[in-house]
Design a binder for this molecule. Structure first.
Ligand code: SF4
Length: 269
């Protein structure tokens, strides 16, 4: 090791770095970002990465019943609309009966998205899973709970951001979305992004990242790179369901969401 490098770092700087690292660790690995063991065990038995709904603890509502406020501190699409998202609410009404692709005939509920219609951070996942299909809300299962913790680890509340998926209807049996389904549905996402006009987009997982970036690259290649979607900074990170399966992704995810926060704070890009 070059001794001149050591001389450039003061004990005070080192102490600050250590304190910062410990704060990050507590925030991300401690109080606010823990994957319950029983959830990891349940999902670990599934050979395929689950969507956000897997292992949900939420009771499924009856088909046809009003979509619930999914948990304390979260808001439904309707609630978000009532708080000032008139344009977004109107758009939801326009497209909620969509049958442009086959998924419109097999879904239980249309899953528009939820959160602050004027959010500065917009999170995009892949598609609704079985619980989202029943609830009509995005990210309501175990992965959704983890997403809430990630958002809180950024120093925000879930209702401060806007959360949606590339597809608004559930692919049967959680299969991958088909290219024609993405082509049919992506204009809706594009319009949502235009209306919300976030400062930064956080893409959750490979599929959403590939769809928005029009790329076939792997997640590991897209992660850590500076991207833009229609002029809006875009950060690629792991889907929360992937973190439930592999806790080793948490450290990288924490770096990604800190990056999202810095862009939100206007100290990056
Ligand atoms: S997935 Fe999108 S395009 Fe297909 S029916 Fe649902 S809303 Fe329409």
């Amino acid at each position: 090791m070059d001794s001149t490098d050591d001389a450039q770092v003061s004990p005070h700087q080192t102490l600050r770095q250590v304190r910062r690292a410990l704060e990050d660790l507590v925030l991300f690995e401690g109080r606010q970002f823990i994957v319950p063991d029983q959830v990891s065990e349940q999902i670990g038995a599934d050979p395929r990465p689950p969507r956000e709904d897997a292992s949900s603890q939420q009771p499924a509502p009856e088909l046809g019943a009003p979509a619930p406020a999914v948990a304390a501190g979260r808001v439904t699409s309707e609630a978000a609309s009532a708080s000032g998202g008139g344009e977004l609410a109107s758009f939801r009404q326009q497209i909620c009966e969509c049958t442009k692709c086959e998924l419109g005939h097999t879904r239980q509920r249309f899953v528009f998205g939820s959160g602050d219609p004027n959010a500065d951070i917009l999170c995009v996942g892949e598609a609704p899973g079985v619980d989202e299909d029943r609830a009509g809300e995005p990210f309501v299962g175990a992965a959704g709970q983890l997403l809430t913790k990630i958002i809180e680890a950024m120093g925000m509340k879930r209702e401060d951001v806007f959360i949606c998926n590339v597809l608004k209807c559930r692919p049967p049996n959680n299969r991958d979305p088909l290219p024609e389904e993405v082509a049919s549905c992506e204009p809706y996402l594009k319009e949502q992004i235009r209306m919300v006009a976030p400062k930064v987009i956080c893409c959750l997982g490979k599929f959403a990242s590939q769809a928005l970036l029009r790329s076939q690259s792997s997640l590991s290649r897209m992660r850590g790179q500076q991207h833009e979607y229609e002029g809006i900074p875009l950060v690629v990170t792991y889907h929360p369901a992937a973190l439930l399966r592999n806790a080793a992704y948490k450290r990288d995810t924490w770096e990604d969401v800190k990056w999202v926060r810095r862009i939100y704070d206007g100290v990056e890009l």
